[in-house]
Design a protein around this ligand. Structure first.
Ligand code: ATP
Ligand code: MG
Length: 132
């Protein structure tokens, strides 16, 4: 298996593929079963947001390193409507899509780092890292 996976996201089936492949990469890196589940869950949430808010986009999962520590970086990007207020989008319970508004704040808690780059009309890129 490669140290980078890219999955084009346009359907629910693609969410499952991204989740499975991301989990497999985390397992290969030696992440615990719990961390594998955390990474897979975070991938699902951002992929689901792509489908829900932008219709299509891409998930990239890569192996990264910081001195001797290895980790995984998940990038979810789309060219959809963008997020006007990123701080608001990260608050528990904020949703514009009749959801629970728990996806992004949940990812922030589960992963070690989470960054959102977005603006209204400019698409959205969510980058998340988990260190081994
Ligand atoms: N890729 C995206 N493009 C545009 N807006 C987004 C995107 N991802 C999230 N958002 C905005 O951020 C809000 C919060 O996202 P979050 O995933 O936390 O909640 P949700 O998807 O609405 O509900 P849940 O994930 O709990 O089902 C969304 O309601 C939406 O307004
Ligand atoms: Mg969501």
């Amino acid at each position: 298996m490669d140290d980078e996976i890219r999955v084009s996201i346009a359907s629910d089936a693609d969410i499952v593929i991204a989740r499975q492949q991301g989990r497999a990469l985390a397992e290969k890196l030696g992440f615990s079963a719990t961390d594998q589940t955390i990474i897979a869950t975070a991938i699902s949430e951002v992929a689901r947001n792509i489908i829900k808010f932008a219709k299509h986009g891409e998930i990239i999962v890569e192996v990264i390193a910081k001195s001797s520590i290895r980790g995984i970086r998940v990038t979810a990007r789309d060219q959809g409507p963008g997020i006007a207020d990123i701080q608001l989008a990260l608050q528990d319970g904020y949703t514009t899509g009749n959801g629970l508004g728990m996806g992004l704040p949940g990812c922030k808690r589960l992963m070690d780092e989470l960054e959102i780059k977005s603006a209204k009309g400019k698409g959205t890129t969510v980058t998340m890292k988990k260190w081994a």
